[in-house]
Design a protein around this ligand. Structure first.
Ligand code: NAD
Length: 356
């Protein structure tokens, strides 16, 4: 029995997670595994009902599950709340912390029927399939910060901290991912100026003998940013520290052209967190216009990385490909001569092609 906590959240969150759950149920039936779903409140929806964007019952529900499927949180209604009660800062960041997840997996894959949606030329991106593994709990985002008045101006100090064990555990995720994929690992750092990057590089080199089948490349972050737009297909798995990964994963995501298509996973703790990379899209919420594919592909990542159900995961990925190839599009990816469908029709189509 695979226990899944579903946290729909705000805006389009409930609409897209509904479709992902539909697809998960269909996959469970087809591939003969059992799932148990518990739903819990999060974000603005939780704040409205309980005064807390991440109620204890929700945390308990997640910790009692094997994995979490998260929709999206936030919206203008809650923008003026103090930071600790705001849906993103008050729910998503503490939830990641409570689950202990430290590696964020962000695939950027072009579905060839959608290659035209990329801002890069078709011949540069067609066939692109890379994975960014980003460290999620350390680095400058979590280091000590100070801000003080010195003479007649302000001075800020932010510290960048990493320990051997923090680096080693995420680099291992990168190696493991490369072993499962095309066996090429690019470790991104700034070893020409940062001591933390030098330590990072030493650790990658020290682990390399354990993964003889993986080809390793070290790349400076500025060069990586350039290579991602020059020749992104040279990459298989990129592993990097928190801030570099934050920036590079958004850059890689943009290569695919559509935010409604991009899933993510945060793993490493007891309970993995699977979520689309987009937000709650308040501008289209409740209109049936949201693209559920990012949520559906997040569910596929859950099957693959959370439960080791590779065949079922691949079947969901393939079903999404087939729906797109057959010409069905939600409004955000609509093109000339294609057929526009709404959120739930897209979910139904994925199930239809899953069964085909
Ligand atoms: P957003 O990702 O919600 O939307 C950006 C644009 O992309 C919008 O035009 C939106 O309509 C479109 N879009 C997003 N998802 C889509 C989908 N599935 N299908 C079709 N179109 C889609 O980002 P934003 O507008 O900057 O933020 C809106 C709210 O979401 C804010 O409150 C923000 O704080 C929150 N947010 C939450 C998360 C999260 O929960 N993980 C992440 C980012 C932003």
């Amino acid at each position: 029995m695979h226990k899944i906590a579903v946290l729909p959240g705000d805006g389009v969150g409930p609409e897209i997670t509904r479709e992902a759950v539909k697809v998960l149920k269909a996959a469970a039936e087809k591939f003969d595994f059992e799932i148990e779903i518990s739903e819990a409140l999060v974000g603005g929806a939780a704040y409205d009902q309980t005064g807390n964007p991440l109620p204890k019952e929700t945390v308990d529900c997640c910790l009692n599950s094997d994995v979490v499927l998260f929709g999206a949180v936030g919206g203008p209604k809650w923008d003026d709340l103090p930071l600790y009660l705001r849906p993103e800062a008050g729910a998503l960041l503490p939830l990641r912390k409570k689950l202990g997840v430290y590696a964020n997996l962000r695939p950027a894959k072009i579905f060839s029927p959608l290659a035209g949606a990329s801002s890069l030329k078709d011949e540069i991106v067609n066939g692109l399939d890379l994975m960014v593994v980003r460290e999620l709990t350390g680095g400058v985002y979590f280091g000590q910060k100070t801000r003080e008045n010195v003479k007649d101006e302000q001075k800020v100090i932010e510290t960048l901290e990493y320990s051997t064990s923090e680096i080693e555990r995420v680099v291992r995720v990168g190696f493991d991912m490369a072993v499962k994929r095309n066996k090429k690992l690019t470790s991104v750092d700034k070893a020409n100026v940062l001591e933390s990057s030098r330590l990072w590089r030493e650790i990658v080199n020290s682990l390399a003998p354990e993964y003889p089948q993986v080809e390793i490349q070290h790349m400076l972050v500025d060069n990586c940013a350039m290579q991602l737009v020059r020749d992104p297909r040279q990459f298989d798995v990129i592993v990097t520290e928190n801030m570099f990964g934050d920036i590079l994963s958004d850059q890689s995501a943009q290569l695919t052209g559509s935010i409604g298509m991009l899933p993510s996973a945060s793993i490493g703790g007891s309970t993995g967190l699977y979520e689309p990379i987009h937000g709650s899209a308040p501008d289209i919420a409740g209109k049936g216009k949201a693209n559920p594919i990012a949520a559906v592909l997040s569910a596929a990542m859950m099957l693959r990385h959370g439960f080791g159900l590779d065949k079922a995961a691949q079947a969901v990925d393939d079903a999404v490909y087939s729906v797109l190839e057959a010409g069905y599009r939600t409004a955000d990816i609509m093109e000339k001569d294609k057929q526009e469908v709404n959120t739930s029709q897209m979910g139904d189509l994925v199930i239809k092609y899953l069964d085909a």
